[in-house]
Write a protein that binds this ligand. Structure first.
Ligand code: ADQ
Length: 493
């Protein structure tokens, strides 16, 4: 393992690796599938970069190690900190608040103390590992204090921050007891990136409202002890998927065959409606199921002509809201199947499981309507994955206006999921649209996702951060695709 300092670092809650046990019982690390890692891996390799993050198990962290030319520096997080920093402040305070408070947020002082402490630990490791004038890219809501902490220790660094989830409007953000600390934490960065322009505007407005600063355009000037005046740039950089890899998986003969098998296994219905979400209350799974049930009740849809497949990936299972959500969703699925299912033919096929990328892509290929109807979502990569898997331009995307993806996928059948009548109407519109209309829409969306892939996202962000091209952060380097990588963002959000 090299002791060299890194000129490029990624700091994220999770390391992009999984610990796996092989047939002989030996444990080793394997690079995990993820859009973020796919986009950043070539840069990290070229720069002999370092990724700082948690390996996923509570307790002491393993030693730093090299994997495929990238140094991975695990951060230790104790069991109590997992509960307070991760499940508590990150996922029971920040997550609901940043998603329009669609679920009640809870603030506890002990959670905040752990959040500060863990953020300081990440920042300290990054400061120790970074070479003079290095570039550090901090990811997401779990680490919002890291930019300022890092700048305090290492004013020479170029610091970027990207928020993967929405940034709330001023009135909501103001509820947070530690609002000033969080905002100042983010202002430690040179560049703060968001999924959508609205989020960047919310952030800039907040700097005025809370700190009396004077934002101008995309910039706000801050005075800190370290410099007379420093400019912080805030802008949107909508994230995307590794489109080329996704398309090539969708074209594999086994995936095509598997899609046909899935249709058969579902009883060859005329219409398959698909939902794929982490089991999270922001994703609108309950409302979607309700709309489906009402359409069956109204006689607008019938089983087995139409079936729904809902994949609900297990998520944050120790957080109370998530346990309750699971019960509610499963009750609703049971109710729909009780009322409308047949022997051997349920109305809703509910799968509380993780899938491998090929099975997921086969599902995308099999689905006539993809329902992506979150109440609020930073981006939603599932929508983009569905579009990129529709190689023949068929299929329909029903998309919530409140997903970041709605800002780009204008040709989707867009709906307000809070309006039950509109949601039902959206389903019917997508279902009854002519093939010509659907193909026209899908073709335009595919073109967009092809051009705006995750590699382009990383390039845009890093060039806005002022990273010089000669540092191998060039188009060519970021355009390379690593073998065997997939498109999921592996953040265990
Ligand atoms: P998430 O909330 O996790 O991400 P999303 O963007 O949809 O939401 O990404 C989920 C990923 O997990 C997708 O790549 C999907 O394919 C994968 N996935 C879902 N179910 C799966 C299953 N059962 N098995 C295997 N893989 C599965 C957060 C924000 C989003 C933002 C992303 C990226 O909440 O708004 O788009 O980060 O910035």
């Amino acid at each position: 393992m090299s002791n060299q300092k890194a000129s490029f670092l990624v700091v994220a809650n999770r390391l992009p690796v999984d610990s796996v046990t092989d047939a002989d019982g030996n444990r080793h690390w394997r690079r995990s599938p993820g859009g973020l890692v796919t986009a950043l891996h070539p840069v990290l390799q070229a720069e002999k970069g370092t990724w700082v993050g948690w390996a996923g198990n509570a307790g002491p962290a393993p030693e730093a190690f090299d994997l495929e030319g990238v140094r991975l520096h695990p951060v230790s997080i104790s069991q109590a900190e997992v509960q307070r920093y991760y499940e508590g402040f990150s996922n029971a305070s920040l997550w609901p608040l940043y998603h329009d408070a669609v679920e009640t947020r809870t603030f506890r002082r002990s959670w905040w103390a752990a959040y500060e402490e863990v953020n300081q630990r990440f920042a300290t490791i990054a400061a120790e590992e970074a070479a003079q004038n290095a570039v550090v890219w901090v990811q997401d809501y779990q680490l919002q204090l890291v930019p300022a902490m890092l700048r305090q220790m290492r004013p020479d660094l170029r610091i970027g921050f990207f928020l993967h989830i929405p940034f709330p409007p001023v009135e909501l953000f103001m509820q947070m007891p530690q609002r000033v600390q969080i905002l100042k934490g983010l202002l430690g960065a040179d560049l703060v990136g968001f999924q959508r322009p609205f989020a960047a505007q919310n952030f800039l407005r907040l700097t005025k409202h809370l700190l009396g600063l004077q934002p101008r355009g995309h910039y706000v000037a801050v005075d800190d002890d370290l410099a007379d005046e420093r400019l912080v740039r805030a802008e949107s950089f909508p994230i995307s998927i590794d489109t080329a890899t996704n398309e090539s998986i969708a074209a594999e003969p086994e995936v095509i065959k598997r899609a046909e098998e899935i249709r058969n296994e579902l009883g060859d219905p005329r219409t398959i409606i698909l939902g794929v979400d982490r089991l999270d209350y922001t994703k609108g799974i309950e409302l979607r199921l309700k709309a489906f049930r009402e359409l069956l009740e109204d006689g607008e849809l019938s089983v087995p002509d139409t079936v729904m497949v809902q994949v609900a990936t297990p998520s944050r299972e120790r957080v109370e809201h998530y346990m309750k959500l699971r019960n509610k969703v499963e009750l609703e699925v049971g109710r729909i199947n009780g009322d409308f299912g047949q022997v051997g033919g349920p109305a809703v096929h509910y799968l509380h499981q993780s899938y491998d990328r090929r099975e997921l892509t086969a599902l995308y290929r099999a689905a006539d309507i993809m329902a992506v109807t979150p109440m609020r979502d930073g981006m939603n990569l599932v929508a983009k994955e569905y579009v990129s898997s529709r190689l023949d331009n068929t299929g329909a995307l029903l998309l919530s206006e409140f997903a970041g993806a709605a800002g780009e996928l204008h040709q989707a059948y867009q709906v307000n999921p809070h309006d039950m009548a509109a949601l039902k109407q959206g389903f019917l519109e997508a279902m009854h649209a002519s093939d010509t209309d659907k193909i026209k829409r899908m073709r335009a969306m595919r073109r967009h996702v092809r051009k705006h892939d995750v590699q382009r996202w990383a390039r845009r962000f890093l060039s806005a951060l002022g990273v010089p091209e000669q540092q191998a952060l060039s188009r060519q380097c970021l355009g390379q695709r690593a073998e065997g990588t997939f498109t999921t963002v592996n953040e265990p959000t």
